[in-house]
Design a binder for this molecule. Structure first.
Ligand SMILES: [Zn+2]
Ligand SMILES: [Zn+2]
Length: 151
């Protein structure tokens, strides 16, 4: 977690942004909650524990900035609420999302064949890829079992 915060801090400074205690607190929250998909309010509540005076507007602005820098991945869940997580490149774990349209669950999966396809496509177009999780929408196994049950 410390390592992620330090790397992000270095990148902020390199891009001529200030590394503020609030920004560091937000990065630390995302680094500590790997594999979770947090709303801005949840990031806010967790960051408040170390930075009691942090504001929700600062959290939103910081998440947008970190998103632009590729540190944070932003996904829209089934309820239309934005959720945030540390980008795959910052987690050393490529993954994609299966999002259930019925219960809203978000499952992380690995799909090396998809990654390979993306890499190949980027290579053909001489494009440097920044790996981002894909959102695959549908119905999870649990909900599908529920649909099939007799009423
Ligand atoms: Zn479901
Ligand atoms: Zn994820």
């Amino acid at each position: 977690m410390r390592e992620v915060v330090q790397r992000a801090e270095a990148l902020l400074v390199r891009r001529a942004y200030r590394s503020t205690p609030q920004r560091r607190a937000i990065i630390a929250v995302l680094a500590a909650k790997k594999g979770e998909h947090l709303t801005a309010e949840e990031v806010f509540a967790a960051a408040k524990k170390t930075r009691p005076r942090i504001g929700l507007a600062t959290v939103y602005r910081t998440l947008a900035l970190l998103g632009k820098m590729g540190i944070v991945h932003h996904l829209r869940a089934e309820d239309g609420v934005s959720r945030y997580e540390l980008s795959p490149a910052w987690r050393k774990a490529r993954h994609h999302h299966l999002i259930c349209l019925s219960c809203g669950s978000i499952r992380e999966i690995e799909a090396a064949e998809l990654d390979a396809l993306y890499e190949k496509t980027a290579l053909i177009h001489k494009f440097e890829l920044v790996p981002q999780p894909l959102e695959l929408w549908g119905y999870c196994q649990k909900c599908r079992a529920g649909f099939a049950a007799p009423r």
